[in-house]
Ligand binder design. Structure first.
Ligand SMILES: Cc1ncc(COP(=O)(O)O)c(C=O)c1O
Length: 435
């Protein structure tokens, strides 16, 4: 359908070529192609501007092409682009690891390893946990998203379109519910499910790791009660289970802290990070307790490109920008503005069931009606489409695809934010009227 757009002829031409040459599994979210982007603005091939509430799915907390990131990348390009760190090491890799270890909460000595993607970080965190404990099992949550490689996909919860038809999956993955205040799933219920799993599914002594998102991302921007992670931490400690906190989406200021675990004072054993770490370039990491990180033998973990020096140079700029531009406070302010506005929408519109968030990680749940709370994924999809047609890029999330999420660059201006929210509200009205 997008290919027939007559008001965006250059984008239409690119998308026609896309349909010819790119496998259909990679389906674009919007009906235009990017030509350039700065800060929180994307310009399409026909010169139209969009306010970017998607931020490369949360990978651009410092914004598109931040001048400091661009300068750091250019500087590194003049030096060298690749060696393979395991063959010839270099300083920017070490510096990124040091900055990560210093940034992750908790007093235990830390070490880090760099990778390319969030999924790769997850794979390696599980490898480290299994190697260190000598145990096979991993516990994940309903609604979890940890990536699309085989271990990560096995940990990921959503079946369509991520898992259906792609099995068999990695064995020894067990799943329990994630708390959901809007839908009445409490921390007590989750803890009871965990204890039942230990009785009816897998022995706690066979569990290498529990992997958890501190705020569920792809699962629908679900903020768990504050006692959830501390209680999970206690169970992990009791049974010698490695607690892996996946901060790929929540990290680098999204929730108003550098990492979301800081809100509840929990020290992860291992943390996975990615997305915004590289300022727009692919870079991810596992960072955690040195005793665990050092468990695998020399040469036991690696790859050709992990910790590419250009991405590392960008990441060092990202650490500086977050500090210099007060992006943690900015995330809080963005979240306040959004939630204030969106709570009004919950009252005003029968199809807006819930507005929730932590810092600038804000989700809006779209339902058929407030009484049944039945998810309305189709209306959500129409809102997403109306929004980009009207000039704002937003994203869908949730097991039923009925949550709107907005992981925008934190450098967005107040004017852009408010204009984007105006457009979003109008798009919701238009999409609902077309029902
Ligand atoms: C929490 C979480 N973990 C892991 C991943 C996978 O990251 P990537 O797509 O870079 O492999 C994502 C991606 O959205 C994520 O949100």
């Amino acid at each position: 359908m997008e290919q027939q757009l007559t008001d965006r002829p250059r984008s239409a031409a690119i998308l026609a070529e896309h349909a010819r040459w790119v496998a259909r599994a990679k389906t674009p979210h919007v009906g235009f192609a990017a030509a350039r982007a700065r800060g929180a603005i994307v310009v399409d091939a026909d010169g139209r501007e969009y306010i970017d509430f998607s931020g490369g799915v949360g990978s651009l907390n410092v914004g598109h092409c931040h001048p400091k990131v661009v300068a750091a990348v250019r500087d590194q390009l003049d030096k060298f682009m690749h060696t393979d760190y395991a063959v010839v090491p270099y300083e920017v890799y070490v510096e990124v690891c040091r900055r990560l270890c210093e940034a992750v909460p908790g007093n235990s000595p830390k070490k880090a390893l760099l990778f390319n993607t969030g999924a790769e970080a997850v794979e390696n965190a599980v490898k480290i946990a299994r190697y260190a404990t000598g145990r096979p099992a991993v516990i994940a949550f309903e609604g979890a998203f940890h990536g699309r490689t085989y271990m990560a996909m096995s940990l990921t919860s959503r079946v369509h379109p991520y898992k259906a038809g792609f099995g068999p999956f990695v064995p020894e993955v067990y799943r329990i519910p994630y708390p959901n205040p809007y839908r009445g799933i409490t921390t007590d219920m989750v803890m009871e499910s965990l204890q039942r799993l230990f009785r009816a599914g897998v022995a706690a002594t066979d569990v290498a790791a529990i992997i958890v998102e501190p705020v569920q991302g792809e699962g629908g921007y679900i903020v768990p009660p504050d006692d959830f992670l501390p209680r999970l931490r206690d169970v992990a400690d009791e049974h010698g289970i490695v607690l892996i906190v996946d901060e790929v989406q929540t990290g680098f200021g999204r929730t108003g802290r550098m990492f979301a675990v800081e809100h509840v004072g929990v020290e992860p054993d291992l943390m996975t990070v990615g997305k915004s770490l590289g300022g727009g370039l692919p870079l991810s990491a596992v960072v955690g307790k040195a005793t665990l990180m050092d468990a695998p033998v020399p040469g036991g973990l690696g790859g050709t490109f992990p910790g590419n020096p250009v991405a590392c140079a960008a990441a060092l700029a990202v650490f500086d920008i977050i500090q210099e531009e007060n992006l943690l406070a900015r995330a809080e302010a963005i979240g306040r503005t959004m939630l204030e506005r969106m709570r009004g929408w919950v009252e005003r519109y029968p199809f807006v069931g819930d507005a929730r968030g932590r810092g600038a990680m804000v989700g809006l749940e779209i339902v058929k009606d407030k009484e049944s709370k039945q998810p309305d994924g189709q209306l959500t999809q129409r809102i997403v489409r109306r929004a980009w047609e009207n000039g704002v890029i937003i994203l869908q999330a949730g097991l039923e695809g009925n949550v709107l999420r907005f992981p925008m660059p934190l450098v967005i201006t107040d004017e852009q934010l408010n204009r984007g929210l105006d457009i979003l509200e109008r798009s919701m009205q238009e999409a609902a009227a077309a029902r």
